[in-house]
Design a protein around this ligand. Structure first.
Ligand SMILES: [Zn+2]
Length: 275
């Protein structure tokens, strides 16, 4: 016998739907969005949001993502992760979590980079984020943020990378070769849904000498109709000394302030290293 889907009352269902309809009004079709979940029962320390931000995320299908968050909180026992426990408590107390769109983007690459930037901005505005990844749960130095953004972009598929003109530089640590490969050439070999992370796994060793390969993202020509980020600037990245760098923003992290607060998670400098 098939198990029944978990029970969610009609009234709750209707409230969830209303939340989604409301949020979707701000999201152009086909875009990628950064969003924030807000607890309306605790005031936002900065007075910007209608409550304290408790989570930030990104999605290309924001309606489904919001519904998934709400359903999960409504039916999953509230010991599975802090976010859902918090959301479940709000839903059962009749104070619905609030969803807000922070920014919309044309590409997943931009949205991934912005996700880290938003999390850092919210954390510095005293948000109580229940996100679990390090770049979204604690305040980091600017160099750590850049590094995590570059590593985060390895989640792009070859097709997504091609659209923004990001190629993969592969360098043999033994020193016998260093080449930048266009995503379209990698896609012919691995398929366009393969991610950079997957490619990195498959090309671990130099085929000439067997030494380990190092990888980093590099600008590359786009092969298909799409939209190329001019010099990575719209990705919030700029190109310098052979690496992608996060563009500094006026409210960017001040290292000495963080160090003084003992909030600095890493003092390491960023040399655009290979990963
Ligand atoms: Zn080699």
């Amino acid at each position: 016998m098939r198990r029944k889907p978990p029970f969610i009352s009609e009234s709750l269902r209707a409230q969830f739907k209303a939340i989604v309809v409301d949020v979707m009004a701000l999201v152009p079709k086909g875009s990628h969005a950064n969003y924030v979940i807000i607890d309306p029962t605790v005031p936002d320390p900065e007075g910007v949001f209608p409550g304290v931000p408790i989570y930030t995320g990104q999605s290309a299908d924001i309606a489904q993502r919001i519904l998934a968050h709400l359903r999960h909180a409504a039916v999953v026992p509230p010991d599975r992760g802090q976010l859902y426990a918090r959301m479940a408590a709000l839903i059962h107390a009749g104070s619905m979590p609030i969803f807000r769109i922070l920014q919309v983007h044309r590409t997943r690459a931009q949205c991934l980079v912005a996700e880290t930037t938003w999390a850092q901005r919210l954390l510095r505005s005293k948000a109580q984020l229940l996100n679990t990844s390090p770049d979204q749960s604690r305040i980091l130095t600017r160099s750590s943020v850049r590094r995590m953004q570059r590593v985060g972009l390895f989640a792009l598929t070859l097709d997504e990378a091609d659209r923004v003109g990001l190629g993969l530089q592969v360098r043999c640590r033994g020193g016998c070769q260093s080449i930048t490969v266009q995503p379209s050439s990698l896609a012919r070999r691995f398929g366009e849904r393969m991610t950079f992370r997957g490619v990195r796994q498959r090309l671990k060793r130099c085929h000439a000498c067997g030494d380990a390969n190092g990888f980093r993202l590099q600008p590359a020509a786009v092969s298909k109709t799409g939209w190329k980020a001019p010099e990575g600037s719209t990705l919030g990245l700029r190109y310098r000394d052979g690496g992608w760098f996060y563009r500094a923003e006026p409210d960017d992290l001040a290292h000495h302030e963080l160090a003084a607060n003992k909030q600095c998670a890493s003092h390491s400098e960023d040399h655009g290293e290979y990963v």
